[in-house]
Design a protein around this ligand. Sequence first.
Ligand code: GDP
Length: 435
Amino acid sequence: MSLPVIAIVGRPNVGKSHLFNRIVGEASAIVSEEAGTTRDRHFGQADWAGHHFWLVDTGGLVEDSNEPMDVAIRKQVMQAIDEADLLMLVVDAKVGVHPSDARLVDILRLAKKPWVLVANKVDDPNSADFYDFYRLGVTDVYPVSAANGKGSGDLLDAVVAAIPETDEVPSEAVRIAVIGRPNVGKSSFVNKLLGEERLVVNDESGTTRDSIDAPMRYHDQDIIFVDTAGLRRQSKIDDGIEFYSALRSRRAIDSSDVCILMVDATEGLQNQDLKIATLAWEAGRGLIMVINKWDLYADKTDKSSAKFRKDAVEKVPYLGFVPFLFTSALTGQRVNKVLDMALEVQEQRTRRISTSQVNDALQEIIAKLQPPQAAGREVKLNYATQVETSPPTFAFFGNHPELIPENYIRYIHNQLREKWGFTGSPMRIIMRSKR
Ligand code: GDP
């Protein structure tokens, strides 16, 4: 399910990034590398005392801005309030109460979201520097040292205790996420599907989680569109949109079965589109490519959609296994078809092939093309079985699994696809030693 989001906010130079790194370091972090480098890393997953959450460092949002500092920080915090389930306001104990800190506290008080005040740079636990912050009228000040780690355990205990409980219950519903870059038409599309007013939900956020999942029923099947609140939210403030839309994509992918990757037809397939699609694919989610704004696509002929798809597959081969749909969220053209498609993809993704069928397939595959032999050693594949669904995963057992080359695994992959399709679903093959 969607994990809670904790955002670190505060003035520049109070040590937000250090605290971020400290927490993801200590809270047995599974840091997911966004954009690769540490400098660019703005969010990561962490786990403390069994509580799993996303930690967000909003630092980069202000430091890179051209606006007057106070305006920029204010915006940073407003955005974080919109996006996060809990906020950590970081202040600098070496500086003491700064006028901006006081203004941020005022904003947070009005926001009705849980938050904590963290006094950083208390490197010596006996120091009384941080007492000054009680002037801000808060009940608790958590002294920490991002530099040496002191206090961060107590802070994390307090924070996970304050995360609002989710009321999500596991269900048999198929969870669908609509993902993609800003402005490609995601909210228009979901609105069209669910009926117009659904995303204009009232904003009584309070302290409950506001990742709104919109349920519907279709052909006797419960369907949930996950995190439609994320779609609604993004239009409010347009700064730092890349940052939060990346986080939103990650959350939506994590909590879904099938992802609808939406692309703006008039802009063509962009690298950013493919990056998001690949995140979903590698996470084992079902995938449907929806090429939206098809009404605006110039010089359309009856071959345009086939050509669009062909170009995409040439760029990214796995898209050859993914269904494409060409829609207009504006006119509604083909929008409804996505539901049948999503259910079909989910069926493919959860399909189980009997072991005897898999072994028959293995025999056929080997008969057509033997695994390449290594010098002096016979390389054999003996049997195979499906070890998992969601996505379908096949284990092949042999005497020298390490000697099966990548291109032969790809050959097996293509053969299994030809046989069983698994359209829209990733499929995995693992080589194992014969038991
Ligand atoms: P989101 O950021 O992905 O949720 O995109 P929106 O749903 O907010 O749409 C961005 C803009 O594109 C809005 O002005 C929509 O009216 C417009 N739009 C969305 N889908 C279509 C479409 O299929 N055709 C046309 N012509 N405009 C669209």
